[in-house]
Design a protein around this ligand. Structure first.
Ligand code: BGC
Length: 725
């Protein structure tokens, strides 16, 4: 009796507590809504208009008399950008050298959403310290072609992986009281003619491939701000797209935050005003050096048109309401802004961890890696070995507090015990062929060393100006082809001849054509642009202090001619003529194409090696209605601890519309000691089995048999079972 009474009292207390929490939350929400409405009622028309366009290179207008601050934005996706002051000139006097994190594609290669969160927390914290309210990242456009100059900033060819990684990042940033800004919505999958092209794609490709990351950013990440892209979509500038902004983003997905334009991506006042654009950023270059911000498309004209009864004021209020919503939510008004921290050891350790988990070991014949620390000498060859990359790439440039290059990282471990013979090997000059003198020096270094570590690949540049710096992974420019630049093929072949024990390390935002030397190369590492600790992470992997665990977030094709945007679609399109780019590759992006059309890649999506081995066994599937719980056992069968990313794909045997051979629907990264085994569980919801049927204009599930495929890459399936739904 007594027990029952106590139990009832507890239940009551719980109910009252829950009620109070709901009340408080509801009340807080009501308060904020009321406060926003009160503020809007006090604003003059001109003040409201000031809030919906830029007031300097990276701020939008505030209203000091009512305590409404300017919204301060900053690039970029992998570190807070150097200061621009209020104008467009880099301010070289400020103390803005911060934590340079690995680029987006390296983060995605960790397949570790927790690291996404940690990465975002570092960014958010440093942004807060520098007085920024919005970090212009993450960039999550789908990697459609290896040629896109901004692939390094993005994450993956796979919408599921993008979704999982960007949610952590966004929450990490926003838990620091800073807004993330997911970009570039939508179909900004190339830099060639990004300001003018019109992208045409099917509704199915849009829904299955290009939208899910943005939807997850909104619905799971709760992202506060979103940036529209420069291009047109189905004949309409994305910045004025009623369909993309009003109908899908705001109405269907319930996005509550603000939409800002990419810098100078608004073309028409009325269209932007009606169709969902809330904040116009950037400056028409013709206005520099002293832009007149009143002349912005969402500037004085808006006030004039409202006064003339040609635009409704309630829509202006709606834009201001969204801006104020973000300001209240992040404590910019009526709250306590977080102070943040800068260049802490902990931030640097996060950058190191992401690099250690994101660098991918692509090939390791006869266990040539890890190198034995008893070797006497290493030839380190290649310009990239000693090149700092942080200021490259365009708007995502970061002035790094320090940057450990691969050469510096190798020296840190080699110390006095191992002699390092460095040779530059090639020059970074666009279009230039091999330099025989440099090749001879490299060959000499290779011949007198026990082993060679060649560090080359793409490059990223020192300066903003992409052309002058011969950058290949950079904003506003695509690669012309997938060939190794600067005569590196000839160099590698000459070095291999002199010393077959050559490890090739590739930097860059993605695939490069390796066909000339890949078969003769015993070990290959993909090291992206791995942040300020990148050189240390790479060296630790090379010497086995860290067991590599990264996997490719995109397929590396053998040749550009194998890529689906090349074979089936258009890339970059005939940009000299129609400016239309037809995505006829449709849903067959990345491995969805290679696996369905049976085209052998150089390295498959999801591929990455370890210094240990893993065994998959015991696949069990428990169905409950149209959901499934998938469990299997993963065992470390090697001699060293390591982490494996177990990937789960589905394959529908027969559907009304064609479906790709495989679709990633789950993954987990599991760390195991030698001999240790764990049961891995992955739940598949009903949505995991659906596809977008454009005839019905809806997500559908065609009942039937589904293969559940589990393994270490899209091409290394270890377990298979079939279920009927
Ligand atoms: C880029 C954006 C960037 C903005 C501000 C634009 O050119 O496309 O990604 O955030 O500039 O620097």
């Amino acid at each position: 009796m007594m027990m029952k009474k106590q139990f009832c009292t507890k239940i009551w207390m719980l109910a009252i507590a829950t009620f109070c929490i709901l009340q408080t939350n509801g009340q807080a929400k009501f308060d904020t809504t009321a406060k926003i409405a009160a503020l809007i009622s006090k604003l003059t028309l001109e003040e409201k208009v000031k809030m919906i366009h830029a007031s300097s290179s990276f701020t939008s207008g505030g209203v000091p008399r009512l305590g409404i601050p300017e919204l301060v934005t900053s690039d970029g996706p992998h570190g807070v950008r150097p200061e621009h002051g209020r104008d467009w000139v880099l301010d070289n006097n400020s103390l803005d050298s911060g934590t340079y994190l690995p680029v987006g594609v390296c983060l995605a290669a960790t397949w570790n959403p927790q690291l996404g969160y940690d990465f975002g927390s570092v960014l958010g914290s440093e942004a807060a310290f520098r007085g920024k309210n919005v970090i212009l990242g993450p960039g999550i456009n789908i990697i459609r072609s290896p040629l896109n100059g901004r692939n390094f900033e993005y994450e993956s060819e796979d919408p599921f992986l993008v979704s999982k990684m960007c949610v952590g990042y966004i929450k990490g940033v926003q838990d620091q009281g800073v807004s993330a800004c997911v970009k570039h919505y939508l179909a900004n999958n190339q830099e060639s003619k990004r300001f003018t092209i019109n992208v045409e794609m099917s509704e199915r490709a849009l829904r299955e491939i290009y939208m899910p990351g943005f939807k997850a950013a909104v619905q799971e990440g709760g992202v506060n701000t979103l940036m529209s892209s420069y291009n047109k979509f189905r004949g309409q500038w994305v910045s004025h797209s009623n369909y993309l902004l009003n109908q899908v983003l705001k109405k269907e997905w319930g996005f509550k935050g603000l939409v800002m334009s990419d810098w100078d991506a608004v073309h028409n006042t009325a269209q932007a005003f009606w169709n969902g654009m809330d904040l116009e950023m950037g400056t028409d270059l013709g206005m520099l050096p002293n832009p007149d911000y009143g002349k912005f498309k969402l500037g004085d004209t808006v006030a004039a048109l409202i006064k003339a009864n040609k635009l409704p004021e309630y829509l202006l209020d709606e834009k201001v309401r969204r801006i104020l919503y973000v300001m209240f939510k992040t404590g910019m008004i009526d709250g306590q802004a977080k102070k943040g921290e800068y260049n802490t050891k902990a931030h640097q350790q996060t950058a190191l961890k992401v690099a250690e988990e994101g660098i991918v070991l692509l090939k390791n014949e006869n266990n040539i890696l890890p190198l034995n620390k008893n070797i006497k000498s290493i030839a380190v060859i290649g310009f990239n070995a000693d090149r700092k990359q942080s200021m490259g790439g365009g708007s995502s440039q970061v002035r790094a507090f320090y940057e450990i290059t691969p050469l510096a990282g190798l020296k840190n471990i080699a110390g006095n015990k191992i002699k390092i013979n460095y040779a530059q090997g090639y020059n970074i000059v666009r279009g230039a062929g091999p330099d025989q003198k440099l090749i001879d020096e490299a060959v000499a270094a290779a011949s007198k060393s026990d082993v060679v570590v060649f560090v080359g690949g793409w490059t990223h540049g020192y300066n903003y100006s992409v052309w002058s710096d011969n950058a290949y992974d950079a904003e506003d420019i695509d690669k012309a082809d997938m060939n190794m630049p600067f005569g590196q093929d000839e160099l590698i072949k000459a070095v291999q001849k002199a010393n077959p024990k050559t490890v090739v390390v590739l930097m860059g935002g993605g695939a490069i054509d390796m066909t000339q030397w890949v078969d003769k190369t015993p070990a290959i590492i993909q090291s992206w642009y791995a942040g300020l600790e990148g050189g240390n992470a790479l060296a630790k992997i090379i010497f086995g202090e860290v067991n590599p665990s990264g996997k490719l977030p995109m397929t590396f094709p053998k040749k550009l001619q194998d890529n689906p945007s090349f074979v089936l679609g258009e890339y970059p399109g005939d940009t000299s003529k129609t400016l239309n780019v037809h995505y006829l590759d449709d849903i067959y992006v990345g491995y969805r194409y290679y696996d369905t059309y049976k085209v052998e890649p150089q390295f498959a999506f999801g591929h990455g090696l370890s210094y240990t081995t893993f065994d998959y066994s015991d696949l069990k599937i428990t169905q409950a209605g149209n959901t499934a719980l998938v469990t299997f056992t993963l065992k470390n069968t090697g001699k060293v601890p390591g982490a494996e990313i177990a990937e789960l794909y589905i394959h529908q045997q027969k559907a009304l519309l064609p479906r790709p051979e495989k679709e990633l629907k789950g993954f987990q990264k599991i760390t195991l000691s030698p001999g240790e085994q764990k049961t891995v569980s992955i739940t598949l919801s009903e949505d995991a089995f659906k596809y977008f049927n454009d005839v019905k204009n809806n997500w559908v599930m065609d009942n039937g048999a589904f293969d559940i495929l589990v393994g270490g890459s899209s091409r290394s399936i270890k377990l298979k079972s079939t279920i009927n739904l």
